[in-house]
Ligand binder design. Sequence first.
Ligand SMILES: [Zn+2]
Length: 209
Amino acid sequence: MINDLLEYSNEEQRLVSDFIQREEKNGNDWSNDEFTDIKATIKNHYKVVQNYTCPYCKVVNPNTHGMVWDIEHIIAKDTKPIFMLEPRNLCVACKDCNGAKSNKDVLVNPRRVTFPTNESDYKIVHPHFDRYELHIKAITPGDFYRPLTSKGEYTIVTCRLLRFYGVVQQTQPDIEIDELAKAMISSQGAARRVLEDELVRRISEKRIA
Ligand SMILES: [Zn+2]
């Protein structure tokens, strides 16, 4: 959970207010030159206060250059441009999570017009409002996660957290583990627990090997 919210300078706040008041605005405006500086402010702030940790997969990547981090709009800027510069709608995320999440819907009520500030307004684990550990157990960050709630489950699916890249140290998932993971995801109850335990066992073996 991010505790240190970004505060804009007076100049940045003027730009934000100006944008919000525009009649025509859309997510593509994000690429406008006028936002170059504010994007640097956003990325530098959240990278540090998040301890170089992705809020969805919890992988830590302490690189000092900005390329490994994407600015993440928790509610997608293409669906709700009005929240594009809202500090509570912003954080940084790793490229895998950001790419998987894309423009997927995160709101319980997608027709919201005012910014939703309650954790119950969101279908995903919110980087600012939710306590991650209540919803997801990151057993091996980067590879394996166990959902603890339906919100955790939705986040795992939305951000495609079961990627299994780390354990095999290659760019493609391990086929055997991937198949097991697919079987686990489509199973329920006791069968699912058995498959989960098997998956954790295989991953642990790979880590040691
Ligand atoms: Zn991530």
